[in-house]
Design a protein around this ligand. Structure first.
Ligand code: GLU
Length: 469
């Protein structure tokens, strides 16, 4: 079934990261990209809301890093905790009173209730249900038996507020990407809405905020599908219109397992630190579960947002292959002008500015551009001898002859150098690969004649002499 989109509505999308990890997960950056593109395509607004109500899992500095990384990738929100906006605050820990008010409204309407059960009792019920192979859910004891809840609250007894899930209901989720999905309310637990620390659970806060912030499309990863029927029940209980839901795929490792730290770096800033260009990473992410209508592989995110349709996303987990991303990154680097590359390199590594601001070294950019796959590669490509190689006596003799030949060369130019190297390689029966090692101390790097021309005759000779003493 196709989900109808109301084109008169103001399109508002959001991501709602929880600051419970080191940084934003690459899968969440993907979700951010599709939310951003979809809002942009429809002249809408893209919002970032921080969901920090799980106080136990909070990681220090995580929120700042998440917001900074999203910005470093160039995904700019219209509203966020930093920017503010009409529906501020955009940080859930600053909205506690709002959730409380709606929880009370739900209680008044009979859709929620106070629960004073201890953890021990809940564990007990669970154990029994597991033994009987029943669905694990709360047994509504407090809903049925407790009338004097105000007194107990006054006495400072600990409580939670639970959703009163009606039995025998069928809940239908119409998902833009996946079509219709049906759920049975009998399989749902009476979800906790407000925890004993007074903070709301994710389920409660997400519904209240998506509604109050006028989110028109909730676009998130498939791991949230099973939560959606609970959300639908809360919307219904409060008499609110549902947003349009779309659950995108979860990225997978090449062996199809869920993208995880062990097989692929998952923190988005890692890719920037390793010298991937944000535009290349976003381009690669855009291709996850989606293809360009003209089958293009390389395109900007602005182009992406122009042609992007939510319904075209395929629900099956796409493979996130870092080698493919590396290839794409090298294509992006190759397409840069020397000047653009220089700027990016200096932005990436400030220590390169002295080298690159010297006009004599600009040739390095031209040469390196063809061999770099990431910005990090640049330093490696131009570095001085790195590999430790023990030369045999026979090799040392050959190097001595090479030194004489180089001394004899009159014009130090790449063509002449190439001639010499070719002849020498045939005469002495030494492979070009070996010559590369003799002359650079590395097994790979920039094209050899050009590199030697740039280094100059004196340094080339002194490097060779170091080998034979
Ligand atoms: N706070 C949830 C997360 O960590 C948000 C899920 C949603 O988008 O509803 O991703």
């Amino acid at each position: 079934m196709q989900v109808e989109m109301d084109l008169n509505k103001n399109f508002r999308t959001r991501i709602a990261p929880s600051p419970t990890g080191e940084d934003i997960h690459i899968g969440n950056l993907y979700t951010a990209l599709i939310n951003w593109a979809f809002a942009k395509k429809n002249n809408g607004k893209f919002i970032i809301r921080i969901e920090d109500t799980d106080r136990e899992r909070l990681v220090n500095g995580s929120e700042e890093r998440i917001l900074e990384t999203i910005q470093n990738f160039g995904i700019i929100p219209d509203e966020s905790p930093k920017i503010g906006g009409k529906y501020a605050p955009y940080r859930q820990s600053e909205r506690i009173e709002i959730y409380k008010k709606y929880a009370e409204e739900l209680i008044e309407k009979g859709h929620a209730y106070y629960c004073f059960c201890t953890k021990e009792r809940i564990d007990e019920i669970r154990k029994e249900q597991v033994l009987k192979k029943e669905v694990s859910r709360y047994d509504k004891y407090c809903l049925i038996n407790i009338n004097d809840f105000s007194k107990r609250i006054e006495k400072n007894e600990k409580y939670v507020i639970r959703l009163n899930v009606a039995s025998g209901r069928e809940i239908i989720l119409n998902d833009v990407i996946r079509g219709e999905i049906k759920f049975q309310s009998d399989l749902l637990d009476d979800q906790i809405l407000i925890k004993s620390d007074g903070y709301p659970t994710y389920h409660m806060a997400v519904v209240i905020d998506d509604h109050l912030m006028k989110i028109s499309h909730v676009i998130r990863a498939e791991e949230w599908i099973s939560s959606t029927p609970k959300h639908i029940l809360i919307y219904e209980a409060l008499g609110w219109e549902l947003p349009i839901f779309a659950h995108g795929p979860i990225l997978r490792n090449p062996d199809r397992s869920k993208l995880s730290k062990r097989k692929n770096p998952v923190w988005s800033s890692w890719y920037l630190d390793e010298g991937y260009l944000p535009e290349a990473v976003l381009n690669y992410l855009a291709l996850m579960g989606w293809s360009h209508p003209e089958d293009k592989e390389i395109f900007s995110i602005d182009e992406y947002s122009n042609v992007f349709e939510l319904k075209d996303i395929k629900p099956v987990g796409p493979i996130f292959d870092i080698n493919k991303l590396k290839w794409m990154n090298s294509e992006y680097i190759r397409a840069l002008s020397e000047d653009e590359l220089k700027k990016k390199l200096i932005h990436y590594d400030k220590s390169l500015s002295t080298l690159l601001d010297d006009k004599n070294n600009l040739i390095l950019l031209t040469l390196a551009k063809l061999r770099m796959r990431t910005l990090k590669d640049f330093k490696i490509l131009i570095s001085d001898p790195q590999e430790i190689y023990i030369y045999s006596e026979e090799e040392k003799k050959i190097i001595e002859i090479l030194i004489d030949k180089i001394i004899a060369i009159k014009v130090w130019e790449k063509e002449k150098i190439l001639d010499l190297l070719k002849k020498f390689s045939i005469e002495q029966n030494v492979s070009m690969k070996m010559m590369y090692l003799f002359l650079t101390g590395n097994s790979k790097g920039l094209p050899l004649p050009e590199m030697l021309e740039w280094r100059g005759k004196d340094i080339t000779l002194s490097n060779l002499k170091k080998i034979i003493i």
